[in-house]
Design a protein around this ligand. Structure first.
Ligand SMILES: *Cc1c(COP(=O)(O)O)cnc(C)c1O
Length: 430
């Protein structure tokens, strides 16, 4: 991508050849050539900075206003058109994480409308996961038998340009009405097979404590709902939202799992750590769902630094998503092979808890499928040959028929010849 400042983007600075990270101190990111906006720095020293409501009220909601803070941002007619089509918002806090003032910066790249959003190859769709067609009640997506996705608001603290729900988020910031909540509860009561409800949106944590508690308490009143999950990006874009009071209110309804959405190591700040720590201390298991994004985290070293930072904050890695086929996000898409290469790099190098499952959410609501490097070299009826993370081929034999083997041994009979001997020989050799 174009880089008008001439400084090296963090993502490209890390070598592409996946050399061991020891050679490259992950914490030593290239220093900003353009200092963070002085105006944002001044704001960050004001007492209201840590007030989440102030942050929400003062979201930066247009490119021209953002360009007041980052003068190198280009405001083109096409980017304005993109902003009209898909709303823009960023909290002053999240904007303050930018270290360069153009689109080579990961934070700005994820938040600033770009002309490329108007590019629309025919296979992209407004609703690729076909959520609208799987809603028995408006806002409740019931696709998998035992779980449902409950969209409770269309508002977020910051709008991700790579959002899967670009079609709805931010266009009209509204939250669920009492009557819709009641209809949802009726549906859940009538469908006791739903054991796990994912509360999402939008971002549920943009709502008031009281509104969130009402939703969670209602879900908890349905006996068949065992697990409540909340999907929120506020630990990333508005960590001050995770107040002691909110946490105290919600912990009464455990088990509640919280999934968040960190994409880049620059999002791991002191404030983010405090938010995650507060949630983890109150017993909310934390998970992270990242999206693989071109020019942001499609680099093994950047990904490694992100994952290591997250487990240090007690955030378990859950999913790494391949970009959905959403209209307006073509410029973020990476080839599937890039994700597989990154997974290959991670396995064997990082703790298993730091390794997410790489998934593609298939178009037309066909569901999520995991994608992995292929570790099976050959598969026979008697044994399977694997390739380990160092490239070594290793044989794993299938279980033998124990009863027969034991009676044969007692009778002193020779071992029965295996069927498919050729295969056996091949895979047991070495
Ligand atoms: C992703 C998703 C879920 C949750 O799936 P998990 O794999 O259990 O995290 C539930 N419902 C819908 C519609 C989803 O898209």
């Amino acid at each position: 991508m174009e880089n008008r400042t001439g400084c090296v983007p963090a993502v490209e600075a890390a070598s592409k050849d996946d050399a061991p990270s020891l050679l490259r101190k992950p914490s030593a990111r290239p220093v900003a050539s353009v200092p963070i906006s002085r105006r944002l720095r001044a704001l960050a020293r004001t007492p209201q900075w840590k007030d989440w409501r102030w942050q929400l009220r003062n979201r930066i909601r247009s490119i021209s206003r953002l360009a007041e803070y980052f003068p190198e941002l280009e405001v083109s007619p096409d980017s304005l058109k993109a902003a009209e089509k898909f709303p823009q918002a960023i909290t002053p806090y999240y904007a303050s994480l930018a270290r360069r003032s153009d689109l080579s910066d990961p934070v700005l790249r994820m938040s600033v409308p770009q002309a490329q959003e108007l590019c629309n190859p025919p296979f992209l769709m407004d609703d690729p996961l076909d959520e609208e067609r799987h809603m028995p009640v408006p806002g409740l997506v019931h696709r998998y038998p035992d779980r449902a996705l409950f969209l409770v608001t269309s508002a977020c603290a910051a709008y991700c340009r790579h959002c899967t729900r670009k079609r709805v988020t931010g266009a009209r910031e509204s939250r669920i009405s009492a009557s819709r909540l009641a209809r949802t509860l009726d549906y859940l009561l009538a469908h006791p097979e739903i054991k796990d409800v994912v509360v999402s949106g939008g971002d549920p944590f943009t709502m008031s404590d009281c509104a969130i508690e009402t939703i969670v308490a209602s879900l908890r009143s349905v006996p068949s709902v065992e697990i409540i999950r909340i999907g929120t990006r506020t630990p990333v874009t508005l960590p001050f939202r995770v107040t002691e009071e909110l946490v105290e209110r919600l912990r009464k309804y455990h088990p509640i799992w919280i999934n968040t959405h960190f994409n880049h190591p620059c999002e791991i700040t002191e404030a983010a750590k405090e938010a995650c720590c507060r949630l983890a201390d109150a017993g909310f298991p934390l998970g992270n769902q990242s999206v693989l994004l071109k020019g942001i985290n499609d680099d093994s070293a950047v990904m490694e630094e992100l994952l290591r930072g997250l487990v240090r904050m007690r955030v378990r890695l859950y999913y790494l998503f391949q970009c959905d086929l959403v209209a307006g996000i073509e410029h973020f898409r990476t080839p599937l092979s890039r994700g597989i290469e990154i997974m290959e790099y991670l396995r064997g190098r990082l703790s298993g808890m730091a390794i997410p499952v790489f998934v593609v959410d298939l178009p037309n609501g066909c569901g999520k499928v995991p994608v992995m490097p292929d570790y099976v070299v050959s598969k026979g009826t008697e044994c399977t040959v694997f390739r380990n993370s160092r490239g070594l081929h290793v044989n794993y034999p299938e279980p033998v028929a124990v009863e027969r083997a034991v009676s044969n041994a007692r009778a002193g009979k020779p071992r029965r010849k295996a069927r498919g001997r050729g295969q056996l020989k091949l895979c047991c050799a070495g």
